[in-house]
Design a binder for this molecule. Structure first.
Ligand code: SAM
Length: 194
């Protein structure tokens, strides 16, 4: 069956499936319910590794449970730490980093990502990327506070040199103008393995 491309998350998963390979190292900057972490753990195989960050223990518990159900927990380091500290905690180079901004569905909305720490983590992600590696960011301009964060992240991504990075904006058009969208940044250095 083909995936339903409703909103940016399934589109980001399609890209991850195309790019992330067994043996790769990747990070989930906002593990939340663990859906992205689970996909990444599957894609990197037994020889790869996933670093998954969240500041809420509840998110890490939900993710740990999903991973255990599929016996994938050994491929993932679950870190109860803000993604702004990523630079010190992962082992580069990373072939992919995924951000799903906003709040954990079903948890208090006050614990959402915030612009300053998100931008720090995005800068760190670029430093950690392998040649041709990807950063994927799902932004929620329709959420309270998410509008400013989405605008700041888009402005930051737009400012990246087109010689060093390929930057894309992907959003469904036949929805409200404040619907979620996805930004994709690819490290522009060529990679021999792809
Ligand atoms: N990717 C998740 C999934 O597949 O279910 C959804 C992520 S949810 C939209 C956003 C998550 O970011 C929340 O769980 C929240 O606790 C987390 N978060 C907020 N600030 C953070 C930070 N500074 N570092 C890491 N995670 C953070």
């Amino acid at each position: 069956p083909y995936p339903a491309l409703r909103g940016p998350v399934p589109l980001s998963h399609l890209l991850l499936r195309r790019f992330i390979q067994p043996g790769n190292r990747v990070a989930d900057a906002t593990c939340g319910n663990g859906k992205d972490t689970l996909l990444l753990a599957d894609l990197v195989g037994e020889t790869g590794h996933v670093w998954a960050f969240d500041i809420q223990q509840e998110a890490l518990n939900r993710t740990a449970q999903r991973l255990a159900e599929l016996n994938l927990q050994q491929r993932v380091s679950l870190l109860h730490v803000g993604h702004e500290r990523m630079l010190d905690l992962v082992e580069p180079p990373l072939h992919g980093v995924i951000f799903n901004l906003g709040w954990l569905p079903g948890a208090p909305r006050e614990v959402a990502t915030c612009t300053t720490t998100t931008l720090t983590a995005l800068e760190a992600s670029l430093q950690l990327l392998a040649p041709a590696g990807l950063v994927l960011i799902t932004c929620y301009p329709g959420h309270a506070g998410g509008d400013q964060e989405a605008a700041a992240v888009q402005e930051w991504a737009t400012s990246l040199s087109s010689r060093s990075y390929f930057v894309w904006r992907m959003g469904q058009l036949n929805v409200t103008s404040d619907a979620p969208f996805c930004l994709l940044i690819q490290d522009g250095r060529p990679s021999d393995v792809r």
